[in-house]
Design a protein around this ligand. Structure first.
Ligand code: PEP
Length: 256
């Protein structure tokens, strides 16, 4: 049984005072239950504050939005996996479509980050997903296969079990048009098949695959009930603690 994982990607939003009141509300809304893994992914600047506020909270983990694959060096403006570990991040988002599209990150570079994250005992959340043009042209599986092949290059079976995949169709991100549960389920099932063929069926059964793209409290339950949808990566709707908590509650109800 895979534990559902619901993550809040704040992107480039919030300053300290906003993060403080958000976390106070979120902890109240979530209560003590630990049946769903919740990951808060603030901007780098807020990682220390968030980790201090979350303390030993059993239900919420911290993640980062990006990292550089090098261990250290002359990479002005970048941050390494060990720096993120030092700030108590457990997860790191890798290959988000905004990084791929706005910052020109290639499949190969994304793969280097996945490798470097594992080397530092950070769990990567590897994002994959097609554009609307690629979907219309019938190339969804081809795009996913290419991104998975490069993104998982050099990852062994044990590390694969600790990697989270996020299927994020680009046409659904921030648009208000989520993939239907059937569309998402079909791609998630395909992703699991690809992992089974690259590793083995028991490894694929362990891997959690999140859906991301306009997840909201009113569409989360139906998406999260699909057999291969093991959680959500949430952008816009995660900025409000009540709406994010409602998505976590939907995951709780959908589990099993
Ligand atoms: C995202 O950017 O990962 C995302 C899923 O955003 P949104 O929920 O706003 O579509």
């Amino acid at each position: 049984m895979r534990k559902k994982i619901v993550a809040a990607n704040w992107k480039m939003n919030k300053i300290a005072a906003e993060a403080r009141s958000y976390i106070e509300s979120l902890l109240v809304e979530l209560g003590e239950a630990t049946d769903v893994e919740v990951v808060l992914i603030p901007p780098f600047t807020l990682l220390p504050l968030c980790s201090q506020m979350l303390g030993e909270s059993p239900s919420v983990r911290l993640g980062a939005q990006n990292m550089h694959p090098a261990k250290s060096g002359a990479f002005t403006g970048e941050i390494s996996a060990s720096m993120l570990r030092d700030l108590y991040a457990r997860y790191v988002v890798v290959g988000h479509s905004e990084r791929r599209q706005l910052f020109g990150e290639s499949d190969g570079f994304v793969g280097e980050k996945v490798r470097a994250a594992h080397d530092a005992s950070l769990r990567p959340i590897l994002c994959v997903g097609e554009t609307l043009g690629e979907r219309t042209a019938g190339h969804v599986e081809q795009v996913i296969d290419r991104q998975l092949g490069a993104g998982l290059h050099g990852v062994d079976a044990k590390e694969m079990g600790e990697t989270v995949i996020a299927y994020e169709p680009i046409w659904a991100i921030g648009t208000g048009h989520n993939a239907t549960p059937e569309q998402a389920q079909a791609v998630h099932a395909h992703i699991r098949e690809v992992i089974a063929s690259l590793y083995a069926a028991p490894v694929a059964e362990r891997v959690r695959i999140q859906y991301g793209g306009s997840v909201k409290p009113d569409n989360a339950a139906e998406l999260l009930r699909q057999p291969d949808i093991d959680g959500a990566l949430v952008g816009g709707a995660s900025l409000d603690p009540r709406s994010f908590a409602a998505i976590v509650h939907a995951a709780r109800e959908a589990k099993g």
